[in-house]
Each structure stands twice: as C-alpha cells, then as structure tokens.
Ligand binder design. Sequence first.
Ligand code: AMP
Length: 360
Amino acid sequence: MAPTLDAPLKTGAVIGILGGGQLGRMLSVAAARLGFKTCVYEPAGDCPASHVANFHMHAAYDDVQALERFARSVDVITYEFENIPTSALDILENLRPIRPNREALRISQDRITEKDFLTSLGLTVAPYANVESAADLDAAIAKIGTPAILKTRRFGYDGKGQARIKSPEDAAQAWVDMADAPSVLEGFVDFTHEVSVIGARSADGDVACFDPGENVHRGGILHSTTVPATLTASQRMDAVLLTANILNALDYVGVMGVELFVTRGGLIVNEIAPRVHNSGHWTQNGCAVDQFEQHIRAVAGWPLGDGVRHSDVVMENLIGDDMDRVEAIARESNAALHLYGKADVKAGRKMGHVNRIKKG
Ligand code: AMP
C-alpha cells in the first residue's frame, strides 16, 4: 500500500521535490515562506533549485539507494516536471506519498493516453491518430488531412520533438525527424489565440483556478502571458469549469496547467501539465497567493489560499540573450524580475522572467 498523508504538514516538515530547475527553485522559496524545508533531487550539479533549497540530493534517477535516502528524508514528495522515470516512482511511492498522484503522471507522460483521457471527459481535443511507422503516418494523414503536426508521444517540451506537415509530401521527412519514436499526428487547430488555466485542488477536494492567461509562443517556446486574457464571460467560465472537471476526475492534489486553444467553435484542450506552469508565473505579482504557494499548500494538506487576481500583469520570459536587457528592466517601474541563477546563457534557455504590473 502506498503511504498517505493523514494530517496537514507542520512547520519544519520537509517537502521533497523531484527536479531542480526554476520551477523547483520557486517551489522551494514558496515552501520556505510557509516554514517548510525542501530537499531537491536533481542529477545536475549547480541547478537553480539547489541555491535556495535546504538540501540537494545530487544523484541520478536510477540510483536506487539515493532515491531511498531521499524518500526517507522527506515527508511528502512532489515534482517540477512530468517525465520522471517510472522505475524511480516505483521505488519512491512505497516510501512516501507522491502528490500529485501517479495517475496524473501516467496520463500526462503520453500524448495519446492524455487525449484519450480528455476525450473520455467529454472535452474537445484536436483530431489525433497514433503513428508508429511511416505507413501509419500515411494512414493518419489520409484520415486527419493537412496541415497537421506530428509530435512524439513522450518527452516533448517547448516545441521539441515536433514536425509540421503542410502537405502529404512532408510526411517522409517528418517521420525521419521523429527518429522512430512512437508519435501522434494532430490536426492543425485554426485558433484565434492560446490561453491557459492554472488550477489547484486541495487534499480535501476544494478546487480554485487562477484567472486564465493569454499566451504567445515564439518558436514553440512561451514568450509572454497576459492577464486578463481575451475571453468572453462564457469562455472564461468554460475554461475554469473544464479545468475543475480534469482535476476532480484525477482526484488530483496540487497545481496543474491546462493549455487551451481558443477557436470560433469553442475551447480545445492542447495539453495538461501536472505541475506548476510557466504560464502561471504572473501569479507571483498578480495575486496574494501565487501558483507556487498554492501547490505547496495543496501538497502539504493545507487549505488553498486566495488566488484572486488583484492586478493586470504581463509576464515576459527572459530567454537566452534577453539577459542583456536585465539592467534596463531593473530600472523599470512596476516590473518584478525573477532570475533563475543559471550560470550559462544559451539560446532558447529560460533564464528568468519579468512580471510587469499594468494596473494596481
Ligand atoms: P505543445 O508542445 O503541444 O504545447 O505545442 C507547442 C505550441 O505549438 C502550441 O502552444 C501551439 O502554439 C502550437 N501547436 C501545438 N499543437 C498544435 C495544433 N494541433 N494546432 C495548432 N498549433 C499547435
């Protein structure tokens, strides 16, 4: 039997976080503000979360002894990314509660499983088909048509592991790009814009959603999130209710990001992420309780906090050379800088973000 948390965690309890990137860093800061300690498990040495967490377990995901030591030194385990190896979870789940639960991870680790699940809830997703060979891809294109996008079923992020198919002639090259990885063909959605909802569910089953944010991507990577998003009242309601539907169906505990395409025919779910989400960073300066604290509260068995938006915010990611602008941004009024402490600037690497408050 997997262990459970029977009572809310008290000050001084240790929250274990799998993954030591910027999300783990901001989760650690939020945990510290509530009096918790954090232990980050991350194979890379000088990682963003290690600068602020109490403990850093610097070990690989196949190091059984390190995983056991980590689990025994924490009260509850959470994570900042969804692609945690199943073998590591098998070890951890026998020792400490994992929040959000493994079912949420299982579903979100595979794009087909995720789309099947969302469809089973009555939600709309892009037309999709499983592709495991060049012949499958031809058949999928015949069924779905073009334009379409071929994506690896697993391990994709920030637009990686994706190939656009404008016409059937692009199929052969697209399949080569996937390097034989099981994939999904998705029909291209003719959306007007993209929004996301950051939802939270407590261990008691209470659900609270942050105001939807409007997302702009550049080169497959999130560039900015603006709140409030351009949505009608009924679209806003729909976005929040479908997020609650997903959270409840999974008996979820923690924060989840739900990415949506806004089309003339309604909202289409692009993908779900069982963790705090880049498009929720605006909450740090737009709400009394941000997504990181909300997640820590949920994971610790606490009640959810007040995530009502008090300000309009535009969040801009600082990627690669955007770091050259930090000095100028630091002089702006109403701009809150959040830098991740990454030593090396690389093209496409998320180095930090800025939240510009538009209205007090
Ligand atoms: P993803 O990694 O699935 O979130 O895709 C990254 C970005 O590619 C999305 O935010 C969209 O801008 C675009 N995209 C992904 N899937 C589709 C689709 N089926 N139709 C149109 N655009 C898409």
